[in-house]
Design a protein around this ligand. Structure first.
Ligand code: ZN
Length: 219
């Protein structure tokens, strides 16, 4: 199943991109074409069944202490999902794997988060949207073959200095090493890390993908 009904903001994103790419000539028609050609959101498990999924914002077990969307299916733009599949394959050869805590997140959810925690450096301002709203970012951790999470610097969404990339204070050498293993595996497939959150990675070509506000599907 694919979802491609992007919200109006996506048109603006495509318009700006089209002007840059095409030098401003006839931008409106190319903008429409760019939007039509945006790769679809796909179910991650269809592309990469080995990745474990535990969407924390589909439950109240998250830093906001409330469920932020109803769906339980992790979605990403198709090329981003294929990248993540290659990360999973690479890790599997080491007896490891990925567990996804958040992937595509509907645009309107960014506004809900912002109202709960306005101005925090850990959230993207809803005026420009999050890379998650484009289906181009993932929150992930490492698991072993049995699916048990490896020790990492902090739990998911602990907004503290220990969660910052490369943090050493209060973080055991084993946890630092596991975080570096995750980062190296993600970087190798074109995901770049976030400075403030060890679990967050963005696809390097995120600008290809417009903001979207379709629901997260349920099982
Ligand atoms: Zn994230």
């Amino acid at each position: 199943m694919t979802l491609s009904a992007d919200r109006p903001g996506a048109v603006l994103g495509g318009f700006v991109l089209a002007i840059v790419v095409l030098g401003g000539s006839g931008a409106t028609a190319p903008a429409r074409a760019a939007r039509r050609e945006a790769p679809p959101l796909v179910r991650l498990r269809d592309v990469c069944p080995g990745v474990r999924v535990d969407l924390r914002y589909a439950t109240a077990d998250n830093v906001f202490r409330r469920r932020l969307y109803d769906g339980t299916i992790a979605m990403l733009r198709a090329p981003v999902a294929r990248r993540l599949a290659r990360v999973q394959d690479h890790l599997a050869r080491q007896g490891l794997g990925l567990k996804v805590w958040d992937a595509y997140r509907p645009y309107h959810v960014q506004g809900i988060m912002w109202r709960i925690r306005p101005g925090t450096r850990y959230l993207s301002n809803p005026r420009r949207g999050s890379k998650h709203n484009r289906g181009a970012a993932v929150d992930v951790t490492l698991v072993d073959r049995a699916g048990a999470e490896l020790p990492m610097p902090t739990p998911f969404d602990e907004f503290s200095p220990r969660a910052h990339r490369g943090a050493t204070r209060g973080v055991s050498p084993e946890r630092q090493k596991n975080s570096r293993t995750l980062e190296a595996a993600m970087r190798a497939e074109g995901f770049f890390p976030n400075r403030w959150e060890w679990w967050h990675f963005t696809a390097s070509d995120w600008q290809r993908y417009p903001l979207a506000d379709v629901p997260v599907p349920r099982e």
